[in-house]
Design a binder for this molecule. Structure first.
Ligand SMILES: Cc1cc2nc3c(=O)[nH]c(=O)nc-3n(C[C@H](O)[C@H](O)[C@H](O)COP(=O)(O)O)c2cc1C
Length: 328
């Protein structure tokens, strides 16, 4: 799959997730073969970029090529200015968020709220594409609500505006995260445009990835929550598509090392106090997939020091059988 000058090493990419897909997590997913990762959404209002949170979100050094930055906003001029500023900082692809249903974002008519206003969508996309030399991509939903699934219309507007790839979450804005993702609209969008399309929503296993590829004919799949606590899912999906022979699951030592490296990176990236706090949710997700992890999780999310978090993790693995099982 190709986006502008960038040939992706895998059709399976990591979905942007605010509060999750920070630079350490993106790097981990790349290690397991994610073909592309995207920064956490950044506001298009560059006057707010001086906060520690925004600075960290724009810390792009750890990303592998292509470096993708996602921006959100509703003012075409502001978005074009932000896109230019991201490129100056090293972004190689600009992704525009028209998928986020969060109230805070939608109240300002950004994120998925934009899908309701097709002329504004066109203006934003055209202004951003004209402002930068790098490829611009769009993350969207299948429409505004189930009675107004205008995903095909928006996708055509995007292609005509010079957008170079689409990622589509199979829910409308009104559906938020409820119910199951539907893939029929994604299939219709894929049929209607000739730019690459990533299908997104509820893809957590190889079986599901095959089903979604079959239903949508998409060029690639975007994985969000399925990668939480399971960054190795990208290796499994690649194996499921290209694999010959039996898949060798992670062993105990490999899993322990993944978690220890991830924790150390979080502690270093955020500093100890914040790093330990951020690590708690990742530990919880890892534990959801592990045997006998209740007590370990209970303790590890309560400690305040990096060294204790690492010690408890090592101790948990020391106590496990070699053949520790990881939930599929
Ligand atoms: C915690 C969380 C944060 C998210 N943040 C963003 C974001 O910043 N930008 C975006 O486009 N989508 C965001 N999303 C939506 C995901 O990218 C994805 O579209 C959605 O989770 C469906 O995919 P999944 O079922 O594979 O998780 C977020 C989702 C979650 C769960």
């Amino acid at each position: 799959m190709q986006i502008g000058p960038y040939k992706l090493s895998s059709p399976f990419v990591l979905a942007p997730m605010t509060g999750v897909t920070d630079a350490p997590f993106r790097r981990l997913c790349r290690r397991f073969g994610a073909g592309m990762t995207t920064s956490e959404m950044t506001t298009a209002d560059i006057s707010l970029w001086q906060t520690p949170k925004s600075r960290r979100r724009l810390d792009l050094d750890l990303d592998a090529e292509p470096i993708v930055v996602q921006i959100a906003g509703s003012d075409p001029h502001q978005l074009a200015t932000a896109a230019k500023a991201c490129v100056e900082r090293g972004a190689q692809i600009i992704d525009i968020n028209m998928g986020c249903p969060a109230k805070k974002v939608c109240r300002k008519l950004a994120g998925s709220a934009l899908l309701k206003n097709e002329p504004l969508v066109a203006e934003i996309l055209q202004r951003v594409v004209a402002a930068v030399e790098v490829p611009v991509t769009l993350k969207m939903r299948t429409g505004w609500d189930p009675s107004y699934r205008n995903g095909v219309v928006v996708a055509r507007i995007a292609e005509d505006s010079g957008i170079q790839a689409l990622a589509i979450h199979g829910r409308t804005r009104e559906c938020r995260y409820r119910g199951y993702a539907e893939f029929e609209t994604i299939a219709r969008i894929k049929d209607a445009v000739s730019i690459p399309v990533f299908a997104n929503g509820d893809i957590t296993t190889c079986e599901k990835s095959h089903e979604v590829l079959r239903l949508t004919n998409a060029d690639g799949l975007m994985i969000g929550r399925g990668a939480q606590g399971r960054p190795w899912i990208f290796r499994e999906l690649l194996h499921g598509v290209h694999g010959t022979g039996e898949f060798v699951p992670l062993d105990k030592n490999e899993l322990r090392d993944i978690m220890l490296v991830h924790l150390k990176e979080l502690h270093r990236f955020y500093g100890e106090a914040t790093g330990v706090r951020v690590a708690r949710k990742h530990l919880t997700w890892y534990c959801n997939n592990l045997d006998n992890a209740g007590e370990f999780r209970y303790q590890a999310v309560r400690v305040d020091s990096a060294s204790e978090q690492l010690r408890l993790t090592k101790e948990y693995f020391d106590q496990q059988e070699e053949s520790i099982s990881i939930a599929a």
